[in-house]
Design a protein around this ligand. Structure first.
Ligand SMILES: Nc1ncnc2c1ncn2[C@@H]1O[C@H](COP(=O)(O)OP(=O)(O)O)[C@@H](O)[C@H]1O
Ligand SMILES: [Mg+2]
Length: 145
């Protein structure tokens, strides 16, 4: 796993949940791909009219996910065919936990297949303190890895 770049940014929320959300995605990128293939992680500050987002993009070089399953992989217990037969991964809960944790911070997560192979998962957290349940706990989460 290689952190390609990391902008400095601080979001407000529950550090443990943000860590778990990100870790589940990175673990998938490692465990659902061939050994020795690269996993790239980028943290970007993306400005917008509401103060901007912290965007974490995790990119691997595996087979990706069938287009028809790109939304379903965030459902509890959903696993794509060959992952069910292999020991790779876990219970099929990781991405549903990620989705829940990101939403609790007012953010979102999506997956897409990269044009040249591999899965790209993007987690987006708003940088401005907001009224979401997690943000009310007001624990700053910094970008230091
Ligand atoms: N990086 C990836 N490459 C290929 N398939 C993936 C990747 N990440 C997730 N998946 C697919 O999405 C399913 C759901 O992921 P997740 O909820 O983390 O469950 P699991 O416990 O199987 O890792 C996985 O079983 C796998 O089929
Ligand atoms: Mg997983």
């Amino acid at each position: 796993m290689r952190v390609v770049s990391a902008d400095g940014c601080t979001i407000t929320g529950n550090a443990e949940l943000v860590r778990a959300a990100t870790e589940n995605v990175i673990r998938n990128a490692v465990s659902h791909t061939e050994e020795g293939t690269q996993v790239d992680v980028v943290l970007k500050h993306v400005p917008n009219s509401q103060g901007g987002d912290a965007v974490i993009r995790v990119r691997d070089h595996g087979k990706g996910v069938p287009e028809a399953s790109l939304v379903d992989i965030f459902l509890p217990f959903y696993r794509v065919g060959d992952a069910r037969e292999r020991s790779a991964g876990g219970s099929g809960l990781g991405l549903s936990i990620t989705d829940r944790a990101v939403r609790l911070h007012g953010g979102s997560v999506k997956a897409e297949n990269s044009a040249d192979g591999g899965l790209v998962v993007e987690l987006k957290f708003p940088l401005t303190a907001n009224e979401t349940p997690a943000a009310k706990e007001a624990i700053p989460v910094s970008s230091s890895v």
